[in-house]
Design a protein around this ligand. Structure first.
Ligand SMILES: [Zn+2]
Length: 228
């Protein structure tokens, strides 16, 4: 049997913050449709949700995830070795196969290509993932919408775990920073899930907005989208 998840997190916490008082942990596996792992500090308790795809992972991988998540919460640099350990595991064939099966079981939208004429949404996602999320977000289905809609630029569809981007942006006149911004925004929706009532998808809480401001060309991108 594996070491208790709490123990792993407590040890990672101790390594990161040797003198700080130990918070309470609540660590659980959660059926994400992909390898998402989340952490939230609430009332001095750390709530951790690990993708159930990691349930069979070696302890060293769980330790790496614990380090990465805690480093994020407490704004410490992430050790490259730990990030590498996690990424290698997620990229391993075994996990990719498992993720693929789970996605099929948990329901996917009809498969459309992430590859446009100018931009490959999978590539855009992965580059942003490394740049802003330490490679921690699992890529959802990336899709160009078939309808060239101006009104709906893009949206994240949690039911199908898909990011859908309007085809009007797959065009040479659209600069890279604009498509980056559109996808980055939807990645924040992926990262900050919202309990939905009705059909309103786009909820931008204070945490969301603060993180959106980390995008360097935010104003430029917004101005460009307005001008389209
Ligand atoms: Zn939004």
């Amino acid at each position: 049997m594996r070491t208790n998840l709490d123990d792993i997190f407590q040890k990672a916490y101790r390594d990161l913050r040797p003198r700080a008082s130990m918070p309470e942990f609540r660590v659980e596996f959660y059926p994400f449709a992909n390898v998402n792992n989340t952490i939230r500090l609430r009332d001095s308790r750390l709530h951790v949700r690990l993708s159930d795809l990691l349930e069979g992972a070696p302890e060293s991988v769980i330790e790496a995830v614990a380090h990465i998540l805690l480093a994020k919460v407490y704004r410490h640099p992430i050790e490259a070795a730990q990030a590498g350990r996690f990424r290698r595991y997620v990229g391993s064939k075994e996990i990719r196969t498992k993720t693929h099966l789970v996605r099929q079981m948990r329901g996917r939208k009809r498969i459309e290509s992430p590859r446009g004429i100018v931009y490959d949404l999978d590539k855009v996602f992965e580059e942003l993932n490394i740049r802003f999320f330490h490679g921690l977000l699992a890529r959802p289905q990336m899709t160009w919408s078939q309808v060239r809609s101006r009104r709906s630029l893009a949206h994240y569809d949690p039911a199908h775990n898909a990011i859908v981007v309007s085809k009007i942006f797959d065009h040479v006149r659209v600069p890279r920073f604009a498509i980056d911004y559109i996808v980055y925004h939807e990645m924040l929706h992926l990262k900050h899930p919202v309990k939905l009532r009705g059909t309103r998808r786009c909820v931008h809480g204070p945490e969301f907005q603060a993180e959106e401001r980390l995008f360097p060309q935010l104003e430029k991108a917004k101005a460009f989208l307005k001008s389209m």
